[in-house]
Design a protein around this ligand. Structure first.
Ligand code: ZN
Length: 469
């Protein structure tokens, strides 16, 4: 996923809530050293489970969590709507005076190329302070941290106002239809009209000296509009060219799309995300980020901003041509040619409007446009109790850090829940300078710093306790 900057409303940072004394008691009954050590051990076990998607085999991960739930006496259920593609649901009951919180994580991981790894990808090896394994970043680390939060709350018998629902789902790396999508559609009753959801997609900023500059609470993401273009034309022998062949029509259509630059569309959530970063910038740039709508009218600033592909992607719809299919013999002019294009829409954009815009660009009604995959793009509010809870904990834990509101250029499973009215946020509890955080997201030698991971379990606990107690 690609992250970009956002704006934190300073007012969110003003209200610092000191932990109530009862909270301190609950905390004191948790032995954090031993819980963090246990978290690392369980994380290593979890990383050893191969849930490469395809094919997935996420039932293995669901059963792993189910066994742990049994041991802890936590209510749970494994669903396997498709063979091998299990999803686990678990719940800690609160007193229902407030609506539930969902801790969402996906258990599948992307494939890897063993020849580029220095350790086996499912060995869970710990080396030089890093825990290695496919999923160490994306996102078994977050999933296990979420689970340990639930375990800690249960063991310490923390009284909760809200149910805590832990959802470890299959299939996110292939779009989530068999995991989070299936669950949200078939078992909304088990979500208990949740108010909030934590998911992947957060990003934090820490300088080289270890000073925490920003903790991200991501309220939104761009949405995919994957489209298939189909051109038809008269087939024939390659020796007699046909100007309006299927392939030629398709190429003309694609060329028009490649030459086309969709207009800048600043959505409120993207403006907020830039504005939140202003406190971290030198005054001249801070003024521009604080009022992006005005600043972007200056062509020099717009050029600078758009020289960053990540920033550019957030301020407009984008088009990437990714798949082409024409004839299968060099001397045959085929009757049909297709292309698939990965277009991404700014939050709030309407699919029908966008397709109409593309039709105008292509200027050839004989080229059909079909939707392969598209979701509604929603945003969650940045002044919610969840954001305030994170801000409170951050202010105590990392004084002076701001709350940023990254909007993802990519997408996660959060959209399945935002359409149900659940305010959903990207949040990473792992806060460390890059060199201590690890890396290899979807790449080689995926790893996370052991200390960053262990600290993250405690940080996440503090946030959830603040919000649910
Ligand atoms: Zn992920």
């Amino acid at each position: 996923m690609t992250f970009v900057r956002r704006a934190a409303l300073c007012s969110l940072l003003v209200a610092i809530t000191v932990l109530a004394s009862s909270s301190t008691q609950a905390q004191s009954s948790i032995n954090w050293d031993s819980l963090q050590k246990e978290a690392v051990e369980l994380f290593v076990q979890y990383l050893k489970i191969d849930t490469t998607n395809p094919p997935g085999n996420e039932t293995r991960a669901a059963n792993f969590f189910a066994e742990l739930c049994k041991r802890e006496g936590i209510e749970h259920q494994v669903f396997e709507p498709f063979p091998g593609r299990g999803t686990l649901w678990a719940r800690l009951k609160g007193d229902s005076s407030q609506r539930p919180i969902i801790l969402l994580n996906h258990t599948d991981v992307v494939p890897h190329s063993p020849e580029f790894w220095s350790v086996p990808a499912f060995s869970g090896q710990i080396k030089d302070g890093f825990i290695y394994g496919r999923g160490a970043q994306d996102m078994k680390s977050v999933g296990l941290a979420q689970f340990m939060v639930m375990v800690a709350l249960k063991r310490a018998k923390v009284p909760l106002k809200r149910d805590i629902i832990f959802l470890a789902t299959a299939d996110e790396e292939a779009g989530g239809l068999l995991g989070a999508g299936w669950f949200a559609k078939h078992h909304p009753e088990l979500l208990g009209k949740a108010e909030f959801l934590f998911n992947e997609g957060g990003s934090n900023m820490v300088d080289q000296n270890g000073k925490v500059l920003a903790v991200g609470v991501g309220p939104s993401e761009k949405t995919p509009a994957w489209l298939r273009l189909t051109a038809t034309g008269e087939p024939g022998h390659g020796s007699i060219p046909r100007p309006n062949s299927a392939v030629n029509r398709l190429l003309r259509a694609l060329n028009r799309l490649l030459d086309y630059s969709p207009a800048v569309q600043l959505t409120p959530v993207v403006e907020q995300s830039f504005k939140a970063l202003a406190p971290l910038l030198p005054p001249d740039l801070a003024a521009k980020y604080s009022n992006l709508r005005e600043a972007i009218k200056d062509p020099a600033f717009a050029r600078t901003l758009e020289s960053d592909p990540g920033a550019k992607a957030l301020t407009r719809n984008t088009i990437s041509v990714t798949m082409l299919n024409g004839g299968n013999k060099v001397n045959v002019i085929p009757p049909v040619a297709t292309a698939e294009i990965d277009t991404r829409l700014v939050p709030g954009e309407k699919l029908d409007r966008w397709i109409a815009e593309l039709r105008d660009v292509i200027k050839d009604d004989s080229v059909k446009i079909e939707t392969v995959l598209a979701f509604e793009a929603n945003a969650s509010p940045i002044d919610s109790d969840l954001v305030k809870a994170v801000a409170d904990v951050v202010q105590r834990r990392y004084p002076g850090a701001i709350i940023s509101h990254p909007v993802l250029a990519g997408f996660t499973d959060s959209h399945y829940f935002r359409v149900l009215g659940v305010h959903s946020y990207g949040f990473s509890p792992f806060v460390a300078p890059g060199r201590e955080l690890g890396g290899g997201f979807h790449g080689n030698d995926e790893r996370i710093g052991q200390k960053a991971f262990a600290d993250g379990v405690k940080f996440f606990y503090d946030v959830i306790e603040r919000l649910a107690k």
